[in-house]
Design a protein around this ligand. Structure first.
Ligand code: PGA
Length: 240
């Protein structure tokens, strides 16, 4: 795993955006795997700035998001579809019909998950996957567990994740207890992965990812088996 150590959040955002911008120039019809959460917001702002400056275009891009709460309507302000529209898609020239987020309202999650993976495969696979990391070492919503699942599936969120995400909801009780997530196999199929981590609250997870053997109790450790992962983090996340 390559590590880019940044001085602050702003620099993390710029480094991440630069990697995406380079890919957009090199392969304008690339497939992006996108992530939500607080961490990538600055990177999306940088990309919007580059688009407004005429430096990059999203007109031929297809995107697949990592996860979505379940059940949740796409119009719900805390849905990840809503997040992506508000933080990126509404501000750039991406064709929204080519932006995909797992359907948080599907009545057949198993079919939805399999179709999601098949669509990514048929599109040629994810060229660049953006990831954050949970304080518990999760990637997407692949939570620490006895076993990890390969494909896109519905999972139960751990109390730690519900607690961490309750900051966006009126109360902890309002956080959905389930979510769709790309599975570990889907994530590992991406040709390149960037993982953004900022702040001391991510240090334990980042340290475990870097120092531990691959273990299902810290799903991010699996990334050490991928040939092209770049960790972009500040010193607090890296060193505590
Ligand atoms: P965060 O979430 O960016 O909001 O910290 C990251 C994650 O849980 O994967």
């Amino acid at each position: 795993m390559k590590i880019i150590v940044c001085e602050n959040y702003n620099e993390i955002s710029k480094e991440g955006a630069k990697i995406i911008a380079d890919l957009l120039r090199e392969k304008p019809d690339c497939i992006l795997g996108l992530a939500t959460g607080s961490t990538p917001i600055g990177m999306y702002k940088e990309l919007i700035g580059m688009y407004e400056a005429g430096e990059i275009s999203f007109d031929r891009v297809t995107s697949y998001n990592l996860d979505e709460y379940y059940p949740i309507a796409p119009t719900h302000e805390q849905s990840y579809r809503y997040f992506m529209n508000a933080n990126l898609f509404d501000h750039v020239n991406i064709d929204k019909t080519k932006t995909f987020v797992p359907n948080g309202l599907t009545e057949d999650p198993e079919k939805e998950g399999a179709a999601y993976d098949a669509a990514i495969e048929a599109a040629g696979g994810v060229d660049l996957q953006v990831l954050g990391i949970g304080q518990n070492g999760h990637i997407g919503f692949n939570e620490p567990d006895d076993a990890l699942i390969a494909g896109t599936h519905i999972t139960s969120l751990t109390d730690n994740t519900i607690e961490a995400n309750s900051r966006f909801f009126a109360s902890k009780a309002d956080v959905p207890t389930k979510a769709f997530t790309m599975g570990i196999g889907s994530i590992m199929k991406a040709k390149k992965i960037i993982l953004l981590a900022n702040g001391t609250n991510k240090h334990a997870a980042v340290a475990q990812m870097l120092d531990d053997k691959i273990t299902t109790s810290c799903p991010a450790t699996i990334l050490k088996a991928h040939p092209d992962v770049i960790l972009i983090c500040d010193r607090a996340a890296l060193n505590g």
